[in-house]
Design a protein around this ligand. Structure first.
Ligand code: FES
Length: 185
C-alpha cells in the first residue's frame, strides 16, 4: 500500500538517516550487552528459538526472571527474516522492556521511541526511560514526562501462561503520530 504522507523535508530526511543509523547501531550494540540483556533465542533455556503458538505471542521469560517491583529487563527479539534476495536466520528485529509490577502482573514496552524510532534507554539512576535522540523521557509506566515524542512508550500485550511463562505479542507502531497505530495497518 502506498504511504499517503508527503515526502519528508530535507531536515526530516536528515533526522530519519540519523535515527535509522542509531537504530542499526543500536541493533548491533545489543549483541555485546549480554550481561544486562536477555536474548529471546533461548528464552527459558529449553533450546530452540523463541516459542510461538501462531497467535503472535512469543514466550520470552519466566516470572522469576523479573524482579517484582524491580527495574525493567530488556529482551531482544530475534527471528528469521527474508527479503527479495536473501534469507536471514535468527537476526535481531527489536527488543522489549518487561517489568513485573506486582506478583504475576507484567507490563511490556517496545524499546523503540514513538517519535522517530531511536532506541529508548532505561536509566537506573533516574528510574525512567530516556530517548537520547531528542531528549524525550518517560516514566516507568511509559507516560511521556518531557520531550517531543507525540505519545508515551508503546505497550505490548502480555499473557502469563501455565502459571509462570511470560508471553508477549511483539508489534511495531507508526512513528510520530499521537495515536498508537500498528505499523503494518
Ligand atoms: S526519536 Fe526523537 S525523541 Fe526519541
Amino acid at each position: 500500500m502506498t504511504d499517503p504522507s508527503p515526502a519528508p523535508a530535507p531536515t526530516d530526511r536528515r533526522e530519519f538517516v540519523k535515527c535509522a543509523s542509531c537504530a542499526i547501531g543500536g541493533a548491533i550494540g545489543l549483541l555485546p550487552m549480554a550481561a544486562g540483556v536477555y536474548v529471546a533465542i533461548d528464552p527459558i533455556r529449553q533450546g530452540g528459538g523463541p516459542s510461538s503458538v501462531g497467535d503472535g505471542f512469543l514466550r520470552l521469560a519466566m516470572l522469576e526472571d523479573l524482579p517484582v517491583g524491580g527495574a525493567p529487563v530488556k529482551f531482544s527479539i530475534v527471528s528469521d527474516k527474508a527479503d527479495k534476495w536473501s534469507r536471514y536466520s535468527q537476526v535481531p528485529i527489536g527488543a522489549v522492556y518487561l517489568q513485573q509490577t506486582k506478583p504475576g502482573e507484567v507490563v511490556a514496552f517496545n524499546t523503540v521511541c514513538p517519535h522517530l524510532g531511536c532506541f529508548v534507554d532505561y536509566r537506573a539512576s533516574q528510574k525512567d526511560f530516556f530517548c537520547p535522540c531528542h531528549n524525550s523521557n518517560f516514566n516507568l509506566s511509559g507516560a511521556l514526562l518531557s520531550g517531543v515524542s507525540p505519545r508515551g512508550m508503546d505497550t505490548l500485550e502480555v499473557a502469563v501462561r501455565n502459571g509462570r511463562e511470560v508471553w508477549v505479542k511483539f508489534q511495531t507502531f507508526k512513528a510520530n503520530q499521537a495515536e498508537k497505530i500498528p505499523a503494518n495497518s
